[in-house]
Design a protein around this ligand. Structure first.
Ligand SMILES: *Cc1c(COP(=O)(O)O)cnc(C)c1O
Length: 367
C-alpha cells in the first residue's frame, strides 16, 4: 500500500467538472485580475468565517508583508513571533525592514509560549505575529490582553488554520489584520499561488487594498510606492468552488485526526495537545518520537510519506544568521525539530490507509 502525505489527485477528481467550469467562466469573461471573481470569493470567504473585510492577494507571504506595511511597521521596529514556524513569517518581517524577535514554544502544543512574550517586548516593539500552527489556534484571548496592555498590533498568521476557532470565534477575527495562504497543499488551496488578508477595520481594509495594487484606488492615482500583490480571477473562481467543500473537508480531517489519536493511544505516543476551547482543523497531524529520522525512513520504505514541520528552527537557518541567535536559545523548539513527524492527513484519507500508517509506525518504533 502507498499512503501519500496529501492526495490532491483525489481532491481534483471529486470536483473536476466544477473546477473546469469555473476556469471556463473566467476565460470567457476575460476578468483575469481582481474583478468580479475575486470580489465574489472575498465576500464568500468573509461570510463563512465572519470577517468584516477581506482582500484577496497573491500568496500567504505577500499577505503578511502587506499586513505589516498597512500597519506602518518598518525599520527600527521590532515584531515578536515564534521560533517554530514556516520561514515566510520571518521573511515578511525582514521584507519591511523590521527586526524579528523570536520566542520559544509550549512543550505540549508547540505553539508560541505566551508567558515569554512579556519579556520580549521592548520600546521598539510594534506588533506580534502569532502563528496558528498545524491548524491549532494560539490562545488569542490571552495574547490580546498582552497586546492591549502594551498597545501593540496583532497580525494572525492563519496560513494553516482556515475555519479553526478559539473560544468559539474563527481565527482571523482577533488580529488588527490576519493573513491566509491558499498554497495548493493548505486546507483551502488554489491551483497555484493565492493568499488573503482580513481585518475588522474599514480603514485598514482600504489601505491594504491599496498596498496590494500599486498604492492606488483608481487607475492612475498612485498615492505611495506599494507593488503588485493582486489575486488572479482564475484562482478566485477555483477557490470559490473549493470553499463550498471546506466545511466537509475540515470535518473529514477532524475525523481522521480522531482516528489516529485513538489508534495511537495504546502506543503511548506524544501528540499535540488541543486546548478545550480550541477547534483545531488539523492542517497537519504531528506526533513526537525518539529516533525520528529512523522512523521516517522506515515509513518511507513502506510507502508512507511523512513530513517534518519544521526540521530546522528559524534561528538555526543560514538565512537567519543576522538575527544573532544561537543554538540553545529556544530549547523547546530545538527539541521539537529533532523529534516531530507529521503523519499523512487529508480529507480523503481512508481508514485502511490510516490503519496501515499506524501498523507501520508500530513496527518502526520497535526497530
Ligand atoms: C504556507 C505558510 C505561509 C506562506 O504562504 P505562501 O502562500 O506559501 O506564501 C506563511 N506562514 C505559514 C505558517 C505557512 O504555513
Amino acid at each position: 500500500m502507498k499512503v501519500p502525505f496529501i492526495d490532491l489527485d483525489k481532491q481534483y477528481s471529486n470536483i473536476k467538472s466544477e473546477v473546469l467550469g469555473s476556469i471556463k467562466k473566467v476565460l470567457e469573461s476575460q476578468k483575469y485580475i481582481q474583478g468580479d471573481f475575486v470580489r465574489s470569493f472575498e465576500d464568500k470567504f468573509c461570510t463563512l468565517s465572519g470577517y468584516n473585510y477581506g482582500i484577496g492577494c497573491s500568496n500567504g507571504t505577500s499577505a503578511l508583508t502587506v499586513a505589516l506595511r498597512t500597519l506602518g511597521v518598518t525599520s527600527g521596529d521590532e515584531v515578536i513571533t515564534v521560533a517554530n514556524t514556516f520561514f515566510a513569517t520571518i521573511e515578511a518581517i525582514k521584507e519591511v525592514g523590521a527586526k524579528p524577535v523570536l520566542v520559544d514554544i509550549n512543550p505540549d502544543d508547540y505553539l508560541m509560549n505566551l508567558n515569554l512574550v512579556n519579556d520580549a517586548i521592548t520600546e521598539n516593539t510594534k506588533c506580534i505575529i502569532p502563528v496558528h500552527l498545524y491548524g491549532n489556534p494560539v490562545d488569542m484571548t490571552k495574547l490580546k490582553e498582552i497586546a492591549k496592555k502594551y498597545s501593540l498590533y496583532i497580525i494572525e498568521d492563519c496560513a494553516q488554520a482556515h475555519l479553526a476557532t478559539h473560544d468559539g470565534i474563527t481565527v482571523g477575527n482577533f488580529g488588527d489584520l490576519s493573513t491566509f495562504s491558499f498554497y495548493p497543499g493548505k486546507n483551502l488551496g488554489a491551483c497555484g499561488d493565492a493568499g488573503f488578508i482580513t481585518t475588522p477595520r474599514e480603514d485598514l481594509a482600504n489601505l491594504a487594498r491599496m498596498h496590494i495594487n500599486h498604492g492606488r484606488t483608481a487607475k492612475y492615482n498612485h498615492e505611495f510606492y506599494a507593488g503588485n500583490f493582486r489575486m488572479d480571477g482564475i484562482q478566485a473562481a477555483i477557490l470559490e468552488v473549493k470553499l463550498r467543500y471546506l466545511k466537509d473537508w475540515t470535518q473529514n480531517r477532524i475525523i481522521a485526526a480522531d482516528y489516529y489519536s485513538k489508534s495511537l493511544e495504546e502506543l503511548g505516543i506524544k501528540k499535540i495537545n488541543i486546548r478545550k476551547n480550541n477547534f483545531c482543523v488539523f492542517h497537519l497531524y504531528v506526533i513526537e518520537v525518539d529516533n525520528r529520522d529512523k522512523v521516517q525512513k522506515y515509513l518511507a520504505e513502506c510507502g508512507v510519506t511523512t513530513g517534518i514541520h519544521y526540521p530546522i528552527p528559524i534561528h538555526m537557518l543560514k538565512a537567519c544568521e543576522d538575527l544573532d541567535y544561537k543554538e540553545g536559545d529556544f530549547p523547546i523548539t530545538e527539541s521539537a525539530a529533532k523529534r516531530v513527524i507529521s503523519l499523512p492527513i487529508f480529507p480523503e484519507i481512508t481508514t485502511s490507509q490510516q490503519d496501515y500508517v499506524v501498523e507501520k509506525l508500530k513496527e518502526a518504533l520497535q526497530i
